[in-house]
Design a protein around this ligand. Structure first.
Ligand code: ATP
Ligand code: MG
Ligand code: MG
Ligand code: MG
Length: 571
């Protein structure tokens, strides 16, 4: 430690709210460079690499093959899938010297799909699982809690390619099991919850949430049945989804002649008040705005309570625009449109249910031509997404509500997303026409899965779950060093004895941190607690009598043992 590039801090950093952030900075694991952008110092990097290795071993165990793609990417593939637009402000964009658009990759579905297309051509090549452990870039709206939500962060992203649905299911299950092993090895307390697929698209998807008070995700679970879901994904037992065709036709209303956002809001409110006060029939009003440029830009739906906000929100992206009401022909013509209606029992009693064009569900689960960069129409239902059958129930989930499976009641808790697995299906392979020649000589469109682990986030998650009021505490599987030897006795023989013990522990295969600084024992003990190695060995006053002390950082227990045989006692 006398030469280690490490400075511990007495005070919490001013910008830190959560314990892991405070402690990782105070203990000299990471340093902030810009919001959501951090430097990894020696101790932090060791934890990061240890986590990477656990992830790597379990990915290799299911046949994953590690590759490494660039983070600096051309725009084109992301144009093909429309994510250049969909990602909105979250995408770091840049231009090269020739003026070509480029981006820093937020996730790599496109690149893996095109890579497989370029390398593989036959059913005999399939299936394949490829992964990378790589730096990702997302210009998060609220970078938070240090490395917990970074704008630059390390993700393990894996992608499976299969010939059919059964293959995809197998790959998905293999990843699910691998993730369980990873998080068990890291000793994380976590739950697997049903999830929405968000901007990834596709249908089946589950999240791994680490239980934590500081988490930004809320999940519910039913103790009786084990049912667990992100609240965003909870679908309460709704009546059979109505076929798209059964929806009542959109009503047509006259709009102001030259609408501005303000006149439009007034108009919509007045119209909706007339239409929906005490309404007990299904009705809908849709507004389509066309930007002066001509292309589809906005759709808004009139929803009591929400409508003003939603229409106001359009302001950011639209100039005074042409306004029209949507007709069924519009829906028929535009596969990305969502049709919404207000339920028969009213909003408060029943929530809002949205029926979507099934093409949206199978192909693209978000809407192009969003109301602002990165904000899609589904934003209207407050982050909820579509279920595979095309419905979404905008129900609040609350503690004590009945579980959707009827087995008991729901209990809610907070979690941090540490992993996310998706059965994407053919969303990306369709976009890039990723086919191989099938056994019968005909082309087969591949089906894809996508599987992420937040590797750098896990450093913070482990810190969050294991710290105590004295500092960090690392499980053995990821600790920067297994043993922290503190020289707490200036006597030459004791110093030599400590160095010898450290060398013996090292020879026994343990990674050892030796505190050989010229600091007082008190300072050294405080730092040992802050840094959080699982085992601390103190060579102190007892050395003269042939004893040292072994402290367990987790239990706080200390044991005096003889110097002779100390190595065995530590192991
Ligand atoms: P979140 O809901 O926390 O924003 P996400 O759903 O956007 O995460 P995915 O696209 O599913 O993230 O990416 C896979 C994994 O990458 C996540 O499960 C999470 O562990 C990690 N991750 C995502 N965003 C960040 C970030 N900004 N900083 C650190 N890790 C992240
Ligand atoms: Mg996110
Ligand atoms: Mg998420
Ligand atoms: Mg996710």
């Amino acid at each position: 430690m006398s030469t280690l590039f490490l400075r511990t801090l007495r005070d919490d950093p001013a910008d830190a709210e959560v314990p892991s952030h405070k402690l990782l900075v105070r203990a000299g694991y990471v340093r902030r460079v810009a919001p959501g952008v951090y430097t990894w110092l020696p101790l932090g990097l060791r934890v990061l690499k240890a986590i990477e290795n656990v992830v790597r071993e379990e990915m290799n165990a299911i046949g994953g093959q590690e590759i490494l793609l660039p983070a600096l990417l051309p725009r084109e593939p992301y144009d093909t899938t429309n994510r250049w637009t969909e990602y909105g402000d979250a995408l770091f964009r840049l231009k090269d010297r020739k003026g070509a658009d480029m981006l820093l990759g937020p996730t790599h579905e496109e690149l893996f799909a095109t890579l497989v297309k370029s390398e593989y051509s036959s059913y005999k090549d399939m299936p394949v699982i490829l992964y990378q452990i790589q730096t990702k870039y997302r210009d998060e709206e609220r970078p938070r809690a240090g490395i917990l939500r970074g704008r630059e962060f390390v993700m393990k992203d894996a992608y499976s390619f299969d010939l059919d649905d059964d293959g995809l299911k197998r790959a998905y299950d293999a990843h699910r099991e691998a993730y369980q092993k990873i998080f068990e090895r890291l000793q994380i307390r976590y739950v697997i919850v049903a999830a929405t697929s968000g901007a990834m698209g596709g249908s089946a998807s589950e999240e791994f949430l680490a239980e934590s008070e500081v988490g930004e995700d809320t999940f519910v679970r039913c103790v009786e049945s084990g049912y667990a879901a992100n609240v965003e994904a909870v679908v309460t037992r709704a009546p059979e989804p109505k076929p798209y065709d059964d929806l009542p036709a959109a009503q047509v209303h006259d709009t102001p002649d030259t609408p501005t956002i303000d006149t439009l809001v007034d108009w919509a409110n007045a119209t909706l008040d007339q239409q929906y006060t005490g309404a007990d029939t299904l009705k809908n009003v849709m507004v389509k705005l066309r930007a002066p440029g001509g292309d589809w830009e906005i759709t808004g739906v009139g929803v009591p309570g929400d409508r003003e906000v939603d229409l106001k929100r359009l302001e950011a992206s639209v100039e005074p625009a042409e306004v029209e009401l949507l007709t069924d022909a519009d829906f028929a013509a535009n596969p990305f449109l969502v049709k919404g209606y207000i339920g028969p029992k009213g909003l408060a009693a029943n929530g809002i249910r949205y029926l979507v064009d099934p093409r949206v569900v199978d192909g693209t689960s978000w809407i192009t031509g969003a109301d602002a960069p990165g904000r899609h129409y589904v934003g209207l239902v407050a982050g909820r997404d579509f279920t595979p059958d095309g419905t979404v129930e905008a129900a609040e989930v609350r503690d004590g509500d009945p579980s959707p499976d009827g087995a008991g009641v729901l209990v809610s808790a907070k979690g941090i997303e540490i992993g996310h697995i998706f059965q994407l299906g053919q969303k990306y392979t369709d976009a890039f026409e990723v086919d191989v020649l099938g056994e019968n000589g005909k082309p087969v469109r591949l089906t894809q899965g996508s599987y992420g682990v937040g590797v750098s986030r896990l450093v913070a998650v482990i810190a969050e779950q294991f710290h105590d009021d004295k500092g960090l505490r690392w499980p053995k599987s990821v600790a920067p060093f297994a043993v922290h030897v503190v020289i707490a006795n200036k006597d030459t023989a004791a110093v030599a004895g400590a160095e010898k013990l450290a060398a013996e522990l090292d020879a026994a295969g343990l990674e050892v941190l030796l505190d050989d600084r010229k600091a007082s024992p008190g300072v050294k003990f405080k730092d040992a607690e802050l840094l959080g190695m699982p085992t601390v060995v103190v060579v102190g006053r007892g050395y003269a009598n042939g004893t040292i002390e072994i402290r367990d950082r987790f239990t706080g227990e200390a044991a005096e043992v003889a110097v002779d045989g100390a190595v065995d006692a530590v192991i």
